[in-house]
Write a protein of this length. Structure first.
Length: 223
């Protein structure tokens, strides 16, 4: 049976000579603020904006909510506006992708419309904080105005599809397409006011329910 020497028994895990020589084990050095990368930092900031209001939230308030210094935030972003820009780009890119993917299906206008409505609901529930922030914009800056213009383009596309589906005979023709488009997207957007992921009913898919309710009133009555 071998006995450990006293020197070995009381030796520190890594002494300074080994650190200097680089012969001992090393602990990985992390750059930036531990616990936050850029994406996770923006996600928390978005939640704060939604709770406090974007205009009313200072970088100091964000630092307090994050539990880090302002300089640690600036390690990831240059300004509060950059955080807003990243958040809006997140939600708008997803919504615009929904429209582009639906168009690429090359199906009838009414089927494309159904796809856009359903997938828009899915984007909203999947990226709820980001879409909530987008929907609360009031156009108080060039950045916000540009984001609102991109939102209106999606609504216009839906109006075009409703008009085309009316011409195809799939949707009733006694309704104004632009008004129907605004009402449809207003219904989808209102979900942010009451939807809570932790209380969602998985037995009744929300997207299917929204499509059923909206299209039931738009479809041409069966003869």
């Amino acid at each position: 049976m071998e006995l450990s020497t006293g020197k070995a028994a009381h030796r520190m895990p890594l002494d300074q000579s080994e650190q200097a020589a680089g012969t001992g084990p090393r602990t990985a050095v992390k750059r930036g603020r531990p616990g936050y990368d850029r994406d996770s930092l923006i996600r928390v900031c978005v939640e704060v904006f939604n709770r406090r209001g974007y205009e009313a939230t200072s970088m100091g308030a964000l630092a307090q909510e994050l539990g880090i210094s302002k300089s640690a935030i600036y390690h990831h972003v240059k300004s509060k506006e950059e955080i807003l820009d990243a958040a809006l780009s997140h939600s708008l890119a997803e919504l615009e992708r929904v429209v582009a993917d639906a168009e690429a299906l090359e199906v009838a206008a009414v089927a494309e419309l159904e796809t856009i409505i359903a997938e828009s609901v899915n984007v909203l529930t999947r990226s709820l904080p980001y879409v909530t922030l987008l929907l609360r914009l009031r156009g108080n800056s060039e950045l916000e105005t540009a984001a609102l213009a991109r939102r209106r383009e999606i609504t216009r596309r839906i109006a075009d599809l409703i008009h085309q589906a009316q011409d195809d005979g799939d949707l009733r023709q006694d309704l104004d397409a632009r008004t129907a488009s605004r009402l449809a997207m207003g219904t989808v957007n209102s979900i942010v006011d009451w939807y809570r992921p932790d209380r969602a009913d998985a037995a009744a898919p929300l997207a299917d329910t929204v499509v059923c309710l909206l299209l039931a009133g738009l479809r041409t009555p069966a003869r």
